[in-house]
Each structure stands twice: as C-alpha cells, then as structure tokens.
Design a protein around this ligand. Structure first.
Ligand code: CA2
Length: 144
C-alpha cells in the first residue's frame, strides 16, 4: 500500500486551541484522524507527524524517501525561512503538496514567499483545515 506522510511544522500542535479566527476550531488530532480515514478510503496509508523543530522535520522527510509515495506538508513559519526543508524535499522523489490553513497571500508580506513552493506539485492556502483533505485527494490522483 502506498503511504502519505502528513507533516506539520511549528506551533501547529496548538491548532484548535488558540487563534480560531485564523486557524479554525479543529485540532491537529482531528485533522490527522480525518486525513487517515480519507486516505484509507482511497486505498492509501498515512503517517502523521508534527514537530516544532526544523531538524526533526528534515529527518522525517529523509525517512519518507524510503517509506512514502507522497508528502503533504504544512511547514508553518519554516515555509518562509527554510532552505534546509526545501533541500530535504528536493531529495524526495515522490509528490509533494504544500498546505496552508490561512490565506497567506492576504496576510503580512513576509508570508507571501515560500521556499517549499519551489518543490511542491501543488499549493493550497486559505481553505482552512479542509485544505489537508483536498491535498490527500489530489495525492490519490497523482500516485494512482
Ligand atoms: O496558514 C498556515 O497554515 C501557516 O502555515 C501557519 C503558520 C504561519 O506561520 C504560516 O505563515 C501560515 C503558523 C502556524 C501557527 O499555528 C497556530 C495554530 C493555532 C494557534 C496558534 C498557532
């Protein structure tokens, strides 16, 4: 069975617990549970991982090289800063979809640029936590 790695970066462990006006009411556990069920229905496995540490996210992307057909990633603020995460994704052969819960283009200028977008097959922003499920559905098409 093909597997998706669902990776979330810094502060996304607080999803549903603070700033619901920006990030909504769903928790990360809700998102991971819904995406796991959706992936299963599409005949895919899903491994979920969140870290506040750049190196831990990079290690997980390296692990995905042997174990995953695709990565769905919300790198959080590392989106806008991390050439190291971009380099790790460039060493991964499968499909990559970048997800942002908020519409980063409607927010501060510093959120408008993404290093990860240089690698991603697709970028989803502003769909709330629904964006993760849209990404899983797109991955199912890409890896079919
Ligand atoms: O919109 C997104 O998904 C972001 O990736 C979220 C990042 C932000 O730095 C990006 O520019 C856009 C921040 C994640 C913070 O997550 C929280 C969730 C709930 C409460 C507090 C923070």
């Amino acid at each position: 069975m093909k597997t998706i790695y669902l990776l979330n970066g810094p502060n996304l462990n607080l999803l549903g617990k603070r700033q619901p006006e920006i990030y909504g009411h769903e928790t990360l556990a809700d998102v991971e549970r819904d995406c796991t069920a959706l992936a299963q229905g599409l005949g895919l496995g899903l491994v979920a991982f969140q870290s506040n540490h750049e190196g831990a996210i990079i290690d997980k992307i390296h692990e995905a090289r042997d174990r995953a057909a695709a990565i769905v990633i919300n790198p959080g603020a590392f989106t806008h800063t991390s050439i190291a995460i971009l380099d790790a994704l460039n060493a991964f052969d499968g499909a990559v979809i970048e997800v942002h819960i908020s519409n980063v283009h409607k927010r501060e200028e510093f959120r408008h640029h993404s290093y990860v977008s240089l690698r991603a097959e697709g970028v989803i922003a502003g769909l709330g936590t629904e964006g993760y499920k849209a990404a899983v559905r797109r991955i199912a098409q890409l890896v079919a």
